[in-house]
Write a protein of this length. Structure first.
Length: 109
């Protein structure tokens, strides 16, 4: 994360994204919109320890963490907690981790 957020309370998503370059914020906002369209009842929260925006969906009485947007100064990772279960015929997913898989996104040059 480019700069530290100083507060004991959780920042809003907008506050969390504010230190990042404009192009990264645009990509993040686009991804947020896509996630909310695909999963209308999604719950969105900032996870400062992981430095990301996490997404949960209700599953009976509980909720299930399924994905995240992790911004960096030069890219964004769209991650899937159970990414190993996803079909990836075009080999777009980063599979460095056993369970979590992600897609790295950058602005076109």
């Amino acid at each position: 994360m480019p700069t530290k957020l100083s507060s004991n309370k959780k920042p809003t998503v907008k506050e969390f994204l504010s230190p990042f370059p404009p192009n990264i914020r645009v990509i993040a906002e686009h991804l947020r919109k896509l996630i909310k369209q695909a999963v209308p009842d999604v719950s969105e929260a900032v996870y400062l320890g992981w430095k990301l925006i996490g997404y949960r969906v209700k599953s009976g009485k509980d909720d299930c963490y399924f994905g995240f947007i992790a911004p960096f100064k030069d890219r964004i990772e769209l991650g899937f907690e159970y990414g190993f279960l996803l079909s990836d015929p075009d080999h777009l997913l980063n599979k460095k981790l056993k369970q979590v898989h992600s897609v790295v996104m950058r602005e076109k040059n």
